[in-house]
Design a protein around this ligand. Structure first.
Ligand SMILES: [Zn+2]
Length: 412
């Protein structure tokens, strides 16, 4: 067995074991705190809502554990089990060696992995979300979304893949610098068109119309010295009763989006506080900082890929006998996650730091008390647990635990 096979198997085993261990801790912690609402929330969250959140969290976490094991099995079947080699042979039967064959292989792998994920997506939507009363998606809408996503994925990713394969074939050793630059520019382009071109394929967006709310929001925007054309309402209730708000796009395409479900849950003052938080993310350049960081990281990944691609053992040690640029890209996608597993808590930590900063901004420009009551409502109505396992939360959560976040807001 090649040393790289052993290294990959070890990383996969460790990452899988760590994920299962964190999930088991989370399950235990949530179950242990199921019988009582934390004192900080006892006035606002009833025992029923607290227990529903605990059961919902346990259902999702238990299922995620199965998915972790299945996911590791799929990666093993595709590599050592010969799945990728088989897909290569299929694509080679259809197209001669070249960019077209590479694209065919990438499309086949994308299709196969989507089909493998399909049963768990169905289960999550129509069993777990349904059981807890959050699902609003019909089977028809679900499959329409699936077809749209597949088409969109092909339309967005295949041209980029074609360009990268071309660069690999034409530019020799330093292709990865060019491929990185192209990928970063393309990513920025997709982010730019996402709010106006991609998101409307899945949802309807309309300007926020409630006059009282609009007046409040306009005063807030003026206070913050902020010009935003797109203050939009999205029909999130078509698919789910979970509420949310987010900031998207940049330059002329930037907009703030509120789910209609969120606008139903919160009063005008609470919406204003949530909006102030979102404005904070923008004013403090969190989106830009994230993009710069991911771009820098991906330069490192492209450099590693440039090196691996020239090694015959990179392919043979992962069960592939037919090296090609497209195969190298695919193998890299499957092999990378277990090795970068430990980057996840660092990313989550940065995200939580940004959340605290945006809360700070919201406190200065709107009311901390309204933000607290908005957050409590959102935790309660989304059945988000108030008692996550601290280690699980530190590892994965993009937002600070409710108790920590609200304590900071109340101290102000
Ligand atoms: Zn935020």
């Amino acid at each position: 067995m090649h040393a790289f096979s052993i290294a990959f198997l070890a990383a996969l085993a460790l990452a899988t074991a760590a994920r299962l261990w964190l999930a088991a801790r989370h399950l235990g912690h949530v179950r242990a705190h199921r019988s009582a609402v934390p004192a900080e929330f006892s006035g606002d969250v009833g025992l029923d809502a607290h227990q529903k959140a605990a059961d919902y969290t346990c259902a999702k976490t238990g299922f995620a554990m199965i998915e972790v094991v299945v996911g590791a099995g799929v990666v093993l079947a595709l590599t050592f089990g010969g799945g990728l080699q088989w897909l290569h042979d299929a694509s080679a039967a259809w197209a001669a060696d070249g960019i077209l064959r590479g694209l065919l292989l990438i499309a086949l792998v994308g299709l196969v992995t989507t089909l493998i994920d399909l049963p768990s997506d169905l289960y999550r939507t129509f069993v777990i979300e349904q059981r807890f009363g959050f699902n609003k998606t019909t089977p028809g809408l679900f499959f329409a979304d699936l077809c749209k996503s597949l088409l969109l994925g092909a339309l967005l990713l295949l041209p980029l893949a074609a360009l990268i394969i071309w660069l690999i074939r034409e530019l020799g050793e330093y292709w990865w610098v060019y491929a990185w630059a192209v990928t970063v520019a393309y990513g920025a382009f997709v982010q730019f068109i996402a709010p106006t071109v991609i998101a409307p394929l899945f949802n309807k967006f309309s300007p926020m119309e409630d006059p009282e709310l609009k007046a409040r929001v306009e005063r807030l925007l003026e206070r913050c010295g902020f010009k935003v054309k797109g203050l939009m309402k999205m029909d999130g209730s078509r698919r789910s009763s979970h509420g949310n708000a987010y900031f998207t796009g940049f330059g002329n395409s930037k907009r703030i989006v509120f789910f209609d479900t969120l606008l139903q849950q919160l009063n005008a003052a609470e919406v204003e506080a949530v909006l102030a938080h979102e404005l904070g993310h923008f004013k403090l350049r969190h989106i830009l900082k994230r993009m710069v960081l991911t771009s820098a990281l991906s330069l490192g990944f492209f450099w590693v890929l440039g090196f691996l691609m020239r090694q015959e053992w990179f392919f043979s040690s992962l069960g592939v006998a037919s090296p090609s640029p497209a195969m190298a890209l695919i193998l890299f996608m499957f092999v990378l996650p277990p090795f970068t597993f430990l980057l996840q808590p660092l990313g989550a930590m940065l995200s939580r730091k940004h959340e605290f900063e945006a809360d700070q901004y919201a406190m200065q420009n709107a009311s901390a008390r309204d933000l607290v009551s908005a957050l409590v409502k959102l935790y309660r109505d989304n059945a988000s647990t108030l008692t996550p396992d601290p280690l699980h939360s530190a590892f994965y959560d993009s937002h600070p635990p409710a108790i920590v976040r609200i304590a900071r807001l109340q101290k102000a």
